[in-house]
Design a protein around this ligand. Structure first.
Ligand SMILES: Nc1ncnc2c1ncn2[C@@H]1O[C@H](COP(=O)(O)OP(=O)(O)O)[C@@H](O)[C@H]1O
Ligand SMILES: [Mg+2]
Length: 407
C-alpha cells in the first residue's frame, strides 16, 4: 500500500507564492510508486484546501477556481488516524494522511507555527520540530545559539523596539561598539524585507526606524566586505548529518555592486539586494549561481564543518540550507543564516552531488518517520493522582481554599 503524504504549502506569508512553486516541484518529483501525494494548500487567509487540481500551477492564478472546485478541509486526529475532513455539508472525510510534508516558507508557517499544530495533533511530519523551526526563523535566536557554540559570525548586537523607543541613546551606545558599515535587520522577516545598510549614525537611525516597522526585535551587525555568498544544504537530524555541494550565489544585484551604489552614496538601502530567485517561475532553482562554488579545500572543509554544527545545535531536521558570507580578501568565513525549509528544497545542491530530487524527498520522508518514532518513544506524561487528591478535598470546591494563591 502506498504511503499517503500530505504536502502542506502556502499560508499567510510573504513567501506564499515561492512556497507554491517549491511544493509543486516536489510533488512532481515524489516517487509515485511509493507515495500517494495529497496536496494541502493554505490560502493567504488561512483556509485549507485539497484536491487533485491543486497540482496544476495554473489554478493559483484564480483563487475562485480553488474555492469552487477544491475541497475546503480541516486536518485533525480521528480514531487513530489523521484525516482531512470537508468543512461544508456533507462533512465527509476526504482522506486520511500518513505523514505531513510542510513545504512552506516564512513567518506563520515555517517558523514553528505550522509545526506546532502538527505536533499537537500528533501526526508524523517532515522537517524540523517546533523548536528547530522557531530558532531557524528568528535571526537573533539562531545567532545567540551559534554564538554559544562559538561558530564564526560577524559581530552583532540586538535590541527590542521598546528599548530603543525608551532610551535610544543607550541602544546607540551599545551599537557603537561595532564598526561601520553596519547592516540592520528585523529578526524574523526574511526576503530582505526591512534590511538596510548604514555608514554612519544618521543612516543607522534611519535603518532602525525602518526595521522596527517590521519586527519588535532588531539585529545590527557588521557588514562583511569583499563579499562572496555561498550556500550549502545539510540533511539529517540531531543524530546524523550529511552535506550537499556548495553553491556561490551570483546575483545581478550582488551585494558588492549594491555597496558601491549605496554605501558609497548615502542611503544604504538593501532593497533588491536579494538574489533574483524569489518570485521567479522556477523558484530558488532559477537563481544564477556557480555550482560548485570555487573554493579552496580549507574553506570548503570549514564551511561543511560549521554547517553541520550549526544544523545540529539548532536541533534542525530534514533538509536545511545554511548561508555563509565570505570575506574573500581575508579568507574568512562567517555563517549568516539557516533556512529550515529552503526554496525548491535546495534540490539543485544535492543534484550537483549526484543525489536526485526524488531521493532527496525520499530521504526527507524517512527522516520524518524516524523523528516521529523518536518523539512517540519519549515519555511525555506520567500517571499522577494529583486530581484524585483534589477530588478527595471536595473536588473543585477544594480550589476555594486556593483562592488568590493561584494568581
Ligand atoms: N553581515 C553582512 N554583510 C554583508 N552582507 C550581508 C550581511 N548580512 C546580510 N547581507 C546581505 O543581505 C542579504 C539578506 O540578508 P539575510 O540575513 O540573508 O536576510 P534574509 O532572511 O532576508 O535573506 C544577504 O543575502 C546578503 O547579500
Ligand atoms: Mg538570506
Amino acid at each position: 500500500m502506498k504511503i499517503k503524504v500530505g504536502v502542506i504549502y502556502g499560508g499567510e506569508s510573504v513567501e506564499h507564492e515561492v512556497s507554491i512553486i517549491s511544493a509543486l516541484q516536489a510533488m512532481n518529483k515524489m516517487d509515485q510508486e511509493k507515495y500517494e501525494i495529497i496536496p494541502i494548500y493554505i490560502t493567504k487567509t488561512r483556509e485549507w484546501y485539497t484536491g487533485e487540481m491543486l497540482k496544476d500551477i495554473e489554478v493559483y492564478q484564480d483563487l475562485s477556481l480553488i474555492k469552487k472546485y477544491g475541497k475546503n478541509v480541516v486536518l485533525y486526529y480521528n480514531n487513530g488516524s489523521y484525516v482531512l475532513q470537508k468543512k461544508s455539508f456533507p462533512k465527509s472525510i476526504v482522506t486520511d494522511i500518513d505523514i505531513a510534508f510542510p513545504i512552506v516558507h516564512g513567518t506563520n508557517v515555517e517558523d514553528g507555527v505550522l509545526q506546532g499544530y502538527l505536533q499537537s495533533i500528533g501526526i508524523p511530519f517532515v522537517g524540523s520540530d517546533v523548536y528547530g523551526s522557531v530558532v531557524g526563523q528568528d535571526k537573533v535566536y539562531m545567532k545567540e545559539i551559534w554564538s554559544g557554540a562559538s561558530l564564526p559570525m560577524t559581530k552583532y548586537v540586538w535590541f527590542y523596539d521598546v528599548d530603543y523607543k525608551q532610551d535610544s541613546e543607550e541602544v546607540l551606545k551599545k551599537v557603537s561598539k561595532l564598526k561601520y558599515p553596519l547592516i540592520i535587520k528585523p529578526a524574523t522577516t526574511g526576503s530582505s524585507v526591512g534590511i538596510s545598510v548604514a555608514n554612519n549614525e544618521e543612516e543607522l537611525i534611519e535603518g532602525i526606524d525602518d526595521a522596527i516597522q517590521y519586527d519588535k526585535k532588531i539585529l545590527v551587525e557588521e557588514v562583511v566586505e569583499n563579499l562572496k555568498e555561498v550556500n550549502i544544504a545539510v540533511m539529517g537530524n540531531y543524530e546524523h548529518q550529511r552535506v550537499s555541494e556548495i553553491e556561490e550565489v551570483l546575483s545581478g544585484n550582488k551585494f558588492l555592486t549594491y555597496e558601491d551604489k549605496y554605501i558609497g552614496g548615502g542611503k544604504g538601502k538593501l532593497k533588491g539586494c536579494k538574489t533574483p530567485v524569489k518570485g521567479s517561475s522556477k523558484g530558488m532553482a532559477s537563481a544564477s549561481r556557480k555550482l560548485p562554488a570555487e573554493l579552496d579545500n580549507k574553506l570548503k572543509e570549514e564551511i561543511e564543518k560549521v554547517a553541520v554544527e550549526a544544523f545540529k545545535v539548532l536541533g534542525s531536521s530534514g533538509n536545511s540550507r545554511i548561508d555563509f558570507l565570505i570575506d574573500e580578501k581575508k579568507g574568512k568565513v562567517y555563517i549568516n543564516e539557516i533556512n529550515s525549509i529552503p526554496g525548491s528544497l535546495a534540490f539543485y545542491l544535492w543534484d550537483a552531488k549526484g543525489v536526485n530530487f526524488t531521493s532527496v524527498l525520499d530521504d526527507m520522508i524517512n527522516i520524518g518517520v524516524k523523528d516521529y518514532k523518536k518523539r512517540v518513544s519519549m515519555v511525555h506524561s506520567f500517571d499522577t493522582n494529583i486530581l484524585k487528591g483534589f477530588a478527595a478535598n471536595g473536588g473543585v470546591k477544594g480550589m476555594k481554599g486556593m483562592k488568590g494563591k493561584l494568581r
